[in-house]
Design a protein around this ligand. Structure first.
Ligand code: BGC
Length: 780
């Protein structure tokens, strides 16, 4: 089925601008529009709507029920499996018109071959849609998403998604299962690595950047792909950090913390949504009419399609929500799930459900239409093979520009957690001992969800990066030394590591978690160093040499021993294809680190979940206070984290002036400006992330001790000062109030500006009257 026209979409992105003025006023695109629950999609997808509707009406008039149900079926190809397999005969199913989309298939040739089956061997020749998990790069792998979040650089994140889309689209992929926008506050949960961390404001800004990057502003362009906001919803709040586990939360927490990044994705025109595996307050997400129909499709006006996560319709049976697969299919389609990923729930049951009157023809037709519309918008009815292009594939994958962007993003993502006595950069060191299981391990550099990144071949290791940078000019004494598998107990490698350390000026430890200890189905109860790594660190400590830890992990780890004992810690997450070069750049001072933590690092697992914007409690603990016993505290640990959200050092030093306010009273229609002067008082140029937090002192419901409401990343030459100005309006103070209406409440506020969430640089202001931003009640 081909058509003769191809129009691009008109995509109106939401203007996001920040006033950053002062000594050299700067404009920066980092602050998201405040999210207002009443706002529906602002993307116009309708410039060719009349033509599209006519085309799809005509097509659907020709389709049999079976052909329609086929469009709702998504199967994995045999190339990769990211969950249980229900059916291996996907090629046969394509020919029978029983599948409308395929995932885990890429390369121009492979996708072209499969597309041919659909186009040439089915009655109507409706093209397939190819999806894949292009999460943090396709071939050229960027740092894991949590690492990218640590850059606090929205333009770089958007550009990284653009590169990923360009490479993926050239290999026949139309649709990425990203961005993952789940807020996560529990580092036991391995999927923390795939998202943007614990904070709703930062997470919302990043959701916008990623959707823009993947989709560009023209879905019909052959270098853009459909994005997918996942996992909807509240998947990151799995109890006890165990993957797929239950989530229970108040409606207010859902709306204030977990939904805004999803809503922002809708506002940016995200084409698809993926349901989550978890149940939320007793209802599995794939059967939740509240989430899918009421909120997403009705309230937010989402016009794309909803796909399930892998077999999550089927999982409503073990959840105890559906009595069998047929019942599960009924619940899913009636709730608003359009496409079934890998579960064959729709293909096996919809016809019967329709015959029995349990599902309406209109429901099925709506789902089919939403999917066909996306195929239309991609231009697949013009040319089903337009993305499977060998020449473009050759030209685009691993392009030098892409590799350079990945290296730069990696450097931006590194967070310097400690640097005593300025041990870093290592520029004056003539010899180093490079020790640890992650020092020369290609497979680990690119983290999870990077299957097309040729894990065993392409990534540059830390050892390779250092050698490339220095050649013979630096003596590198390398020893693996320790193992990182959970059951690794063999210490025979310690000898070589100690010998290497003895010969060297400094010990650089490349340690942390193996790449597949984070990501899906990778929860942990212990956030320490697996295997013999810590034991080796303790042995090396006895030598008295300066020690630098280059940490690789996809979560907040417990670094208490390292913090007490090593001189410097650089968190490099899983830095991607060019990771080794980027580590060399930063260790030797070619690049000054500027990353800031997107998650709180605890002192121990017992503090988890721990995040900066907690509530105060009725008995807050004050370490300086007289009476300590009946306070909200631990007997055996401080309440405070090891490293707070927003924290990260630089090779230079930044001084912050006190905060000045344009006015200490904010009126309902007004705004106030809050500013600081930041001075680079160290001896190197560098970047700083200036962060603004607000505390609402009294509310109709209690409010967090601090909430991020703005940030700006600025570059300052040594000795340079800049004034950084934020504009605050009542919208920035809004939340879901006691009656679940959305708005800001009159009263007193503290405002903080600093370079971490633990800043004490504070002023006060008041809001003169309540401001109603949304009358409707999301709980209705
Ligand atoms: C994951 C999703 C992923 C899907 C397809 C699932 O197991 O939860 O994040 O997109 O597999 O690979």
């Amino acid at each position: 089925m081909m058509k003769k026209f191809n129009k691009s979409l008109l995509c109106l992105s939401i203007g996001v601008s920040i006033t950053l003025a002062g000594c050299g006023s700067v404009n920066n695109k980092v602050m998201p529009e405040p999210v207002n629950s009443a706002v529906v999609s602002q993307i116009i997808w309708h410039d060719n709507k009349a033509e599209m509707d006519q085309f799809i009406n005509e097509l659907m008039a020709k389709m049999t029920l079976q052909e329609k149900i086929g469009q709702l079926n998504l199967l994995t190809s045999g190339w990769d499996k990211t969950g249980p397999t229900m059916s291996d005969d996907y090629q046969e199913q394509i020919k029978l018109g029983k599948v409308g989309s395929i995932f885990n298939a890429f390369t121009a040739d492979y996708t072209r071959g499969l597309q041919k089956l659909a186009v040439e061997e089915t009655r109507l020749g409706i093209p397939l849609l190819f999806g894949y998990d292009v999460i943090h790069g396709h071939r050229t792998i960027f740092p894991i998403s949590l690492g990218e979040a640590a850059s606090w650089d929205m333009q770089a994140i958007q550009d990284g998604s653009r590169v990923a889309a360009t490479e993926a689209a050239a290999e026949g992929i139309h649709w990425t299962f990203a961005p993952m926008v789940d807020i996560s506050r529990d580092p036991r949960w391995g999927r923390m690595s795939e998202g943007s961390g614990e904070d709703v404001f930062l997470g919302t800004a990043i959701a916008r950047a990623r959707v823009k990057g993947f989709q560009g502003d023209d879905l019909a362009a052959t270098d853009t792909v459909l994005a997918c906001a996942k996992h909807y919803a509240a998947y990151g709040a799995a109890q006890a950090g165990r993957d797929y586990h239950t989530t229970n939360m108040s409606t207010r927490e859902l709306w204030d913390t977990y939904l805004p990044p999803f809503e922002a994705a809708v506002q940016e025109g995200v084409a698809t949504f993926m349901t989550s595996f978890n149940e939320l307050n007793g209802v599995p997400a794939s059967g939740s009419e509240y989430l899918l129909d009421d909120i997403l499709k009705q309230r937010w006006g989402f016009e794309g399609f909803v796909v399930t996560d892998y077999t999550s319709i089927n999982e409503m049976v073990p959840h105890g929500y559906a009595k069998d697969l047929k019942h599960a299919a009924q619940l899913a389609i009636n709730a608003g799930v359009d496409m079934d990923m890998q579960g064959s729930a729709y293909s096996d049951n919809l016809q019967q459900l329709l015959n029995e009157g349990k599902v309406s023809q209109a429901k099925i037709d709506q789902a089919v239409r939403r999917i066909l519309e996306m195929k239309y918008r991609l231009g697949l009815f013009d040319d089903p093979y337009r993305y499977s292009d060998n020449d473009r594939q050759k030209a685009e994958i691993y392009k030098q520009d892409h590799l350079d962007a990945a290296r730069d993003m990696a450097r931006k993502s590194f967070v310097l957690l400690k640097n005593d006595n300025k041990v870093l950069p290592l520029s004056d060191k003539k010899s180093i001992a490079l020790i640890g299981p992650l020092a020369d391990s290609k497979q680990d550099m690119i983290g999870s969800w990077s299957a097309a990144g040729e894990r065993w071949k392409r990534p540059v290791t830390v050892l390779e990066g250092l050698k490339a940078r220095f050649g013979d000019k630096l003596k590198i004494n390398y020893a693996k030394g320790a193992g990182y598998e959970f059951d690794h107990t063999d210490t025979t490698g310690f000898k070589d590591a100690i010998a290497a350390a003895k010969k060297s000026d400094v010990v650089v430890l490349a340690m942390g978690e193996k790449w597949n200890m984070t990501g899906e189905a990778a929860s942990r109860v212990d956030l320490g160093f697996p295997g013999t790594q810590l034991a080796l660190m303790k042995e090396l400590k006895k030598l008295g040499k300066p020690m630098v830890l280059v940490l690789m992990s996809g979560r907040a780890m417990n670094l208490s021993w390292a913090d007490d004992n090593v001189d410097a810690i650089l968190d490099v997450w899983y830095p991607g294809t060019e990771g080794g070069h980027a580590v060399a750049d930063v260790l030797y001072g070619d690049y000054n680190p500027s990353g800031k933590l997107p998650v709180t690092f605890p002192r121990s697992v017992g503090q988890v979940p721990i995040y900066y914007n907690m509530k105060n409690t009725g008995r807050p603990y004050d370490p300086q206070g007289a009476e300590q016993k009946y306070r909200s505290r631990y007997l055996d640990s401080p309440n405070s984290p090891l490293y707070p959200f927003g924290y990260g050092l630089s090779y230079t030093h930044f001084d912050f002036s006190e905060v000045s306010l344009s006015n200490s009273k904010l009126d309902p229609q007004g705004s106030i400006k809050a500013s600081v002067v930041v001075t680079n008082s160290g001896d190197t140029d560098g970047e700083e992330v200036v962060q603004l937090y607000v505390q609402d002192l009294v509310g109709s419901v209690t409010r967090p001790v601090k909430e991020l409401k703005g940030f700006k990343k600025i570059h300052l030459r040594r000795g340079e000062s800049k004034e950084v100005i934020f504009t605050l309006t009542p919208q920035d103070l809004a939340f879901h109030r006691i009656d679940m209406s959305y708005g800001a409440e009159a009263g007193d506020f503290n405002l903080y500006i600093g370079n971490s969430s633990d800043t004490t640089n504070k002023v006060s202001f008041s809001l003169s009257a309540d401001v109603d931003l949304l009358a409707a009640n999301p709980a209705d």
